[in-house]
Design a binder for this molecule. Structure first.
Ligand code: ARG
Length: 463
């Protein structure tokens, strides 16, 4: 094939391409992943061509049958992919011709590879939105199970990675359930917006054949055909939106992964990761490394990289199709594969890990985590303005720090030395359990609030 003109457009060409031209031009090495979508799209197109009388019903039937044979060859791994045939579209059509002869040449009536690739890739990305949503839901369920087990386990809540106020383990787990819920809704939004069929836009201008774009759109599960043929072949927003949603999701996963890395360290011991998701060291026998968490933490790099990459490819491209756009696929494939892997790894880690309630509690009790409770008490019970209460509490924290004790261990006299309105009642709010139980505002860390959110999410995820 390299020495002769291409069989698909050979009419105008005397010589075949240079080997380097073939190497830079071919996409079959990666776009064979679109085979199932390509064949599904072609089957719908052939049926429509027959229904509208553009081709004979018998030709359409031969095409549809032949395409199934091609699909089974691809699925069985016996299909011979050819670089000379450039991409999945021409590989499939060429094999179809070998199988059924002349009718194969009628399949490409009223169609171009420009609307064909836009269709195939859109259907592939649409599927991946569903795959991502399922992966997210599975991880949310693992987090919910953790949250239920430790709905009232007290742990330190952090800001600046400094102990801030006591919170509950359940509350912390549920924070990620919320984040992932937004991720799922981003994939759902993107899916709804991308669900218009570009098929029938042809090369760019539409076609003079009496095609039925509603028929193919419906057959392929789209809400409607796209309304502008130029836009239909030029648009890759669906891939960009998918990547943007994937990037945000991967960023969330990296934050959880980072917490698991910190929490599983000997200094924290908040969680023990299972052996199934850890590795050992070849030199230090005592080590158990959270490699899976570290790799999940890193995945954002390539996923965001793919996002920036495709934006850069698309930036400044004049309408409509340009071959630049062939560079859209590999990065999306890679980003999708790695997002799904990261979600699955995170689901496994969260499902398997065991939190250590004693370590959580003792960390929660250190670092003067109930200082805000003391300040709030001064406002509520002694009538101090909050700013003054903040100062009084600050003096008591300094005193406790000097003495090397925690706030509840100060005596009433020591308390009174900072403000004489302080009474015995203050000790009721200083324990970490009292502290979390008192945070009953909507969305707060009180176990009852947390359990209400767990119940809401459980119902939501069952649908
Ligand atoms: N392999 C091409 C791609 O992935 C298919 C479309 C080619 N269209 C064209 N007019 N050369 O973008």
């Amino acid at each position: 094939m390299t020495d002769s003109a291409n069989s698909m457009w050979g009419g105008r060409f005397a010589a075949g391409p240079d080997a380097i031209m073939e190497a830079i031009n071919a996409s079959i090495g990666f776009d064979q992943r679109l085979a199932a979508q390509d064949i599904e799209g072609s089957r719908a197109h052939a049926a429509m061509l027959a229904a509208t009388g553009i081709i004979e019903a018998s030709d359409a039937e031969a095409i549809r049958e032949g395409l199934l044979t091609v699909l089974s060859e691809i699925e069985a791994g016996t299909f011979q992919f050819s670089t000379a045939l450039e991409d999945i579209h021409m590989n499939v059509e060429s094999r179809l011709k070998e199988l059924i002869g002349e009718p194969a040449g009628r399949l490409h009536t009223a169609r171009s590879r420009n609307d064909q690739v836009a269709l195939d890739f859109r259907m592939w990305v649409r599927d991946q939105c569903d795959v991502a949503s399922n992966g997210i839901a599975a991880l949310q369920k693992a987090l919910l199970a953790q949250a239920e087990t430790g709905a009232d386990w007290v742990m330190p809540g952090f800001t600046h990675l400094q102990t801030a106020q006591p919170v509950t383990w359940g509350h912390h787990m549920m924070a990620y359930v919320e984040m992932l819920g937004r991720d799922a809704s981003r994939f759902a939004d993107a899916r709804a917006r991308m669900n218009e069929s570009p098929l029938g836009a042809a090369a760019l201008a539409g076609t003079s054949f009496p095609i039925d774009r509603n028929m193919t759109a419906k057959e392929l599960g789209f809400d409607r055909p796209s309304a502008n043929s130029l836009d239909a072949v030029a648009d890759r927003d669906f891939a960009l939106e998918f990547l943007a949603a994937a990037s945000i999701c991967a960023m969330h996963l990296s934050r959880l992964a980072e917490e698991l890395v910190i929490w599983s360290s000997a200094q924290f011991r908040f969680v023990a990761m299972s052996d199934r998701f850890s590795t050992g060291s070849s030199i230090m026998p005592q080590k158990k490394n959270p490699d899976a968490a570290e790799l999940v933490r890193a995945k954002i790099g390539r996923i965001l990289g793919a996002t920036v990459g495709l934006f850069t490819v698309m930036k400044g491209l004049p309408l409509t199709y340009s071959k630049d756009m062939q560079e859209d696929k590999e990065q999306v494939f890679d980003a999708a594969d790695n997002l799904m892997l990261a979600l699955a790894a995170m689901e496994g880690m969260v499902g398997d890990m065991s939190a250590n309630p004693d370590a959580l509690r003792s960390a929660a009790s250190s670092g003067f985590s109930t200082a805000t409770d003391l300040a709030d008490w001064l406002v509520r019970e002694a009538g101090l303005p909050f700013r003054d209460a903040h100062h009084v509490t600050g003096r008591l924290v300094a005193l406790a720090e000097d003495k090397g004790c925690d706030l509840p261990e100060l005596s009433l006299d020591e308390m009174k030395s900072a403000h004489d309105a302080i009474t015995d009642g203050v000790f009721d709010v200083l324990g970490v359990d009292n502290s979390v139980r008192s945070r009953t505002s909507y969305g707060g860390t009180a176990p009852d609030q947390v359990r209400a959110q767990i119940a809401r999410w459980k119902t939501q995820l069952e649908d």
